[in-house]
Design a protein around this ligand. Structure first.
Ligand code: ADE
Length: 243
């Protein structure tokens, strides 16, 4: 069964452009996932296609009105016979998106990404329609589209058959909680720079040992937080096995 993905946006072109490229583009072409992009402006209720209004209580910026969003959901539900879906809102106020979220969400049947613009959306949308809120980092983007696509990319590439080489997904940076080891390809010497001897040795056990050491060292140097987490997990596992 393929993963259904709906994106609700005021700039549908951004999402459609990204959806044609690379591994994710290939996954959509193969039908592993199906994308539908909804333009919020199609559900505006005035002839000027206004979807935003001033915030109650005053203050700067505009707020997306509830009606265009609720009416988009009515149309989406009618098209999907009210089947269950998981609705994600992209906002800097959401919880930080992580690899294990990508893994969990790649198991769902139907994801709906709601992208904000302007100052934000009416709170009643959050309360009535949204299941989960995610942020892709502690910075403010001008809209949720790029954030939605970051999530879609991380999710879709995990679908079975999305990558021609499934092993490369397994050995990725995060699944073991460590950063990846350095990578090299031909030629063995380039402008005086050598590929580490061990990688040319053909000794797979030694190569795997070297890679793990490199991953540990890289993670320790660059991401102390991940390194500590990894070590703690290792210790817990050893304690469990010792009991
Ligand atoms: N919308 C605006 N900024 C965002 C962020 N950092 N993450 C998710 N959605 C956003």
């Amino acid at each position: 069964m393929s993963l259904k993905i709906d994106v609700i946006s005021t700039f549908p072109g951004i999402v459609e452009t990204f959806a044609e490229m690379g591994i994710v583009g290939r996954a959509f072409k193969l039908g592993l996932a199906k994308l539908k992009v909804w333009n919020l402006r199609d559900f505006a209720d005035d002839r000027f296609k206004h979807i935003d209004d001033d915030p109650y209580g005053g203050g700067p910026g505009m707020v997306i009105k509830p009606d265009p969003i609720f009416r988009t959901f009515d149309a989406l539900e009618a098209m999907n016979s009210n089947e269950p879906r998981h609705v994600i809102f992209l906002t800097p106020q959401g919880k930080p998106f992580q690899q294990d979220d990508a893994e969990r969400l790649s198991q769902q049947n139907h994801l709906v990404f709601l992208c904000g613009r302007y100052k934000g959306i009416d709170e009643r949308v959050r309360e009535a329609l949204v299941d989960e809120e995610f942020s892709i980092g502690d910075y403010v983007l001008s809209g949720g589209e790029l954030a939605a696509f970051v999530m879609i990319d991380a999710i879709v590439r995990l679908l079975p058959d999305a990558t021609s080489d499934g092993d490369s997904v397994i050995s990725d940076t995060f699944p073991f909680g460590l950063l990846d080891a350095p990578l090299y390809t031909r030629p063995a010497e380039y402008r005086g720079m050598q590929v580490p001897e061990i990688l040319l040795s053909g000794n797979h056990a030694e190569i795997e040992k070297w890679r793990l050491e490199q991953r540990l060292e890289r993670t320790r140097q660059r991401r102390k937080d991940l390194y500590k987490q990894y070590m703690r997990r290792l210790e817990d596992r050893e304690n469990e096995q010792g009991q």
